[in-house]
Design a protein around this ligand. Structure first.
Ligand code: ADP
Ligand code: MG
Length: 259
């Protein structure tokens, strides 16, 4: 089961994984209010669909409009929300038909110093979850894997003990973090590993994970997928399901208790 970025970030927040402040908006008015609450001077309006590549993606109806846009006023936030909500975003991950945008996330803009990549997947060979990190964040990780596979680093962790301190520090130094940032990253990575196990995730991807000019470490994007075989253990997560994003045939199968 996939969820939206804003929902993933809510779980991050609850789990002690740092994210920028932000509010989901269903209307342009709500987007304007969100901008005011954030207090400016810049915010980012982000289309919420179950697919990545939104920053480079464009609307079918308004080809000049991208799925992620920096805004500098409440009026501008409302204008971008107006353009996105109700229209169809086409990205490298949606296919030609695109996905309809029903909501946007209005988030505090941050001063990016470095963009890193972080993913956790369940590796069947390693028989457990594995961190995948790369100093080459913000880019399409499939391309990094294809052209410069030596720029991706892996660290397996045990679900019972979680990610150990030395493992988290190793990941941090691999990413080129230094000084105080190593301690910050250690907390971040260990909280994320704990979250992954607690919620029975099958995949978590943060691309980009950013180091800000102020030295903070923040998850700027959040892709979270839960293991469908474990959803019975998390009845509270059921409300995060967005059936408009799922295959109608799959939805009917699930309703009939089929996988
Ligand atoms: P996608 O992966 O779907 O394109 P992202 O959430 O990764 O969407 O956003 C695309 C890009 O937009 C990021 O790589 C980052 O450079 C920029 N961005 C996203 N959120 C923020 C933010 N809160 N502040 C500043 N820049 C942002
Ligand atoms: Mg991204």
């Amino acid at each position: 089961m996939k969820i939206h970025e804003y929902q993933g970030k809510e779980i991050f927040r609850r789990s002690g994984v740092a994210v920028p402040q932000g509010f989901v908006a269903n209307t342009p008015q709500e987007a304007a209010e969100a901008f005011k609450k954030l207090g400016g001077p810049i915010a980012v309006v982000k289309a919420q669909i179950h697919a990545g590549g939104r920053g480079k993606g464009t609307l079918k109806e308004i080809p000049a409009q991208r799925g992620v846009q920096l805004v500098k006023s409440a009026e501008e936030a409302a204008k971008v929300a107006e353009a996105l909500i109700g229209n169809t975003l086409v990205t490298i991950q949606t296919g030609e038909e695109g996905k309809k945008v029903n909501q946007v996330l209005v988030e505090a803009g941050c001063n990016i110093d470095r963009e890193l990549y972080l993913g956790i997947v369940v590796d069947r060979t390693a028989k457990g979850p594995v961190f995948m990190v790369s100093p080459d964040g913000g880019m399409n990780i499939e391309e990094v894997a294809e052209h410069t596979p030596d720029r991706i680093f892996y660290e397996k962790f045990d679900v019972d003990t979680g990610l150990l301190g030395y493992q988290a520090r190793k990941l941090a130094t691999t990413l080129g973090l230094k000084g105080k940032s190593i301690g910050t990253a250690e907390k971040f990575f260990r909280a994320l590993a704990k979250m992954f196990v607690t919620y029975d995730c099958s995949m978590v991807e943060i691309n980009p994970l950013v180091v800000t000019k102020e030295g903070e470490l923040l998850a700027l994007d959040a892709k979270v997928t839960f293991d469908d075989n474990a959803t019975f253990r998390h009845p509270d997560l059921a409300e995060l399901r967005d059936l408009t994003e799922e295959e109608p045939a799959e939805v009917r199968a699930a309703q009939s208790g089929l996988s």
